[in-house]
Each structure stands twice: as C-alpha cells, then as structure tokens.
Design a protein around this ligand. Structure first.
Ligand code: GLU
Length: 308
C-alpha cells in the first residue's frame, strides 16, 4: 500500500475545513453542545512514524468508540455462542439509541455491541466477571490500546448521567424482557457505561488504537494487546456496524472498518498495519463527524485504502 505523507494529511485537513459548517455538535448530552464545531484534526501511524494535522492533540470524549474496547474484554471471557444470547452481530438500520429496534429485535437481544443497548449489555457482562474492578479493567484496556492512561471528564459524565432518559429506558426494557438479570445493579452498570464513554482521548491516541486493531492486535512495541482473532472480529463488526445506520454509505465512501462516537472521533482499522483516526465534533444526522468522513474519503481515494 501507499504511504501517508504530511502533505496528504494537510490536504485532507484543508478539504475537511470546508465541511465543518455542514455538521452539528451533539446536544442531547448538554455538555457536548459546548464543543467548538470547527475543531478538526487527524493522525496517522505507519512504519513507526506518527503524522498529525490540525487539532490532533485536543482531547475529546471517546463516547461510542469505547464500545470497541468494551467488546474486546467480553470476547476474552465468553464464547461467541454465549455472547449471541445477549448481543448480536448484525448491522442496525436504526439510530444508535433506538428503543423500537430493541423491541422488535429477535428475542429482544440488542442487534450489535456498538449501539447503546448492546454496549450496556456488554458492560453488564464485564461487571459479571469483574464486579467492582470493572472500571479499572476498562481503563487498563483503553490504556493498552492508546499507549497511555486516559482520564475521564467528570463534567461530560455527569451531564450524560443527568439526561440519560433514553439509556435508562433501554436498560429497563432489557430487564423487563429478561435479557438482563433482575438483580442487576442498574445504576452501577450505567455509571460504568457513562464513565467509559467520558474518557478523554486525542486523535493521536486513536491512531495508536487503530494501529493495534490493524496490526493483528499488537502495539508498536510488538506487545500483544488483543488476540489476532479478536482483532479480526472487532474489525469485522466495525465494518458492518461501526458508523451507526450510515455503515453502508461509509463502506462505499471510505471502505475501512471504523467506529465513530458522538464526541466527534472516528477510529479506523484495516488489514494493513497502519493507524488512522480523525476528529471533528460537528456531526451528520447519524452521529458521525461530518468533516471527518470527508477527510477519510479523501485519504481512502488518495492512498487506495478501501478493503473492498
Ligand atoms: N454516551 C453516548 C450515549 O450513550 C454514546 C453515543 C455515541 O457516541 O454513539 O448516548
């Protein structure tokens, strides 16, 4: 494959800047509505070289991108057959917080681990294994994936927790249809979920995370962070479910497995060993960084990155 250059990243950034006005920052979590919609950054990691452009060092909350790390933990404790009883592996045609999708899905099982219902079940499964240690286990997994220990934003977490009517609806619905056990510590599970979504990361961090997924689970020092098989499972799910109900269009435009978050980050992955991530908090109507998708589309075409 071809090589990332500073000039290409700069060109992607210049193009992306034309589109920040076309997105809208998330406002259903009040604290996220304070973000500057014109922030924009990207980072690549290849052959031991990290390249950045724009606001690649500005921290933002990881939001749904953490769902990749959460699912990586349960993959180590449950077989795929066991997991299917709690969370599926099918793309979703509905928004990430949809209640109706959960009501209509087979046996009320969330369709995949990257929508909110699926991620909440994933946290409950982590909690079943680790109990009180769950927060620490999740923080350690993220640290291994990004190459440093991340803090989380108390403000964003509190803001989400205070307004999480939708996520509370989802968890109680899953209790009522017995996907989750009646004795589940509901507020504790939600607290772990909100904390996880509030970790502060940068594009630079996500380029490392991306590299681990794309380098068969090993980091730049060749340390195994994920098994080769689990890295492949995560890439497959990112390809089919990672950009919400935009995943089909994203496959055409960019052609890389990816996971986006409403904080504005997009983490990509590839079968080739490079890392690539973008950040821009102004989102499309599905929840993906609007300018971020355009920057990735540009780079995918310039470097022939599509896996399809
Ligand atoms: N914490 C967010 C929520 O639960 C994550 C959503 C996202 O990034 O897609 O609504």
């Amino acid at each position: 494959m071809e090589v990332f250059t500073q000039s290409l990243l700069d060109q992607a950034l210049a193009l992306g800047k034309l589109f920040t006005k076309d997105g809208k920052v998330a406002d259903y979590i009040p604290e996220l509505s304070m973000q500057n919609p014109h922030l924009l950054g990207l980072a690549s990691y290849q052959d031991g070289r990290l390249l950045t452009a724009g606001h690649a060092d500005i921290p933002f909350t990881i939001q749904s991108i953490i769902k990749v790390a959460l699912y990586s933990i349960v993959l180590e404790h449950y077989s795929m057959d066991e997991l299917r009883h709690y969370v599926g592996v099918q793309p979703s045609a509905k928004p990430f917080n949809s209640v109706i999708e959960l009501e209509l899905s087979n046996k009320n099982v969330p369709v995949n681990p990257f929508i909110n219902a699926g991620a909440i079940v994933t946290v409950a499964l982590i909690h079943r294994v680790y109990g009180d240690r769950s927060r620490e286990v999740i923080a350690d997994r993220l640290a291994n994936l990004i190459g440093r220990k991340a803090d989380y934003s108390e403000k964003v977490k509190a803001s989400e927790s205070a307004t999480a009517y939708g996520n509370r609806t989802l968890i109680y619905l899953m209790l009522s249809c017995k996907i989750l056990p009646a004795d589940l510590p509901v507020e504790e599970i939600l607290d772990i979920y909100f904390t996880s979504c509030s970790f502060l990361v940068t594009c630079r961090d996500l380029a490392h995370f991306s590299f681990v997924l794309s380098n068969e689970g090993k980091d730049e020092d060749d340390r195994p962070i994920l098994s080769r098989v689990n890295a492949q499972i995560l890439r497959s799910l990112m390809a089919s479910c990672g950009t919400y109900d935009y995943s089909g269009e994203f496959a055409l435009r960019v052609g890389l497995p990816a996971k986006s978050g409403v904080g504005g980050g997009i983490l990509t992955a590839s079968p080739d060993p490079f890392g690539l991530a973008v950040f821009g908090p102004a989102l499309d109507k599905h929840g993906n960084s609007y300018a971020g998708v355009r920057m990735l589309e540009f780079l995918s075409q310039a470097l022939n990155l599509s896996i399809y």
